[in-house]
Design a protein. Structure first.
Length: 139
């Protein structure tokens, strides 16, 4: 009986350590890498609110927010251009991290689901995290 009590207390303690898993393991921002062939394409990244968040040339590594706020993931539009090639448009979206889903599910941590991770803006990840584009020549 004493062993069962110790085991139960240990399990509760360990699940408490995992509370808000995504907040412990991830960050508010994430690096997005954009590669093109050929290189030196102009790149413009805008968020889903229409704000231009980056303008430059490939290859590029850009630090982007993953969340707008409480339960609000981000969506980014990427526009690529280079003389003699067709423009390319891509979308990168936020999705729930596996830390958020499985960490809070395994330890049945309700505050992690509805409060800790969403309010810390760490429940999402950008997918894909690396974009590789083969530019198509104009005919």
């Amino acid at each position: 009986m004493k062993k069962l009590k110790i085991l139960t207390i240990s399990a509760l303690f360990c699940s408490g350590l995992l509370a808000g898993c995504s907040s412990i393991v991830t960050h508010e921002t994430q690096e997005l890498e954009v590669l093109t062939n050929p290189e030196t394409c102009s790149i413009t990244i805008t968020d889903d609110k229409g704000n231009k968040v980056f303008e430059g040339y490939t290859p590029a590594k850009v630090e982007l927010n993953k969340d707008h706020g409480y339960f609000e993931g981000c969506v980014y539009d990427i526009h690529l251009e280079k003389g003699g090639f067709q423009p390319q448009d891509l979308v990168v979206k936020s999705k729930n991290t596996s830390w958020y889903v499985f960490g809070n599910t395994l330890n049945v941590f309700i505050p992690g689901w509805i409060s800790v991770d969403p309010k810390m803006r760490r429940m999402h990840e950008l997918m894909p995290a690396k974009v590789e584009v083969q530019m198509v020549p104009m005919e």
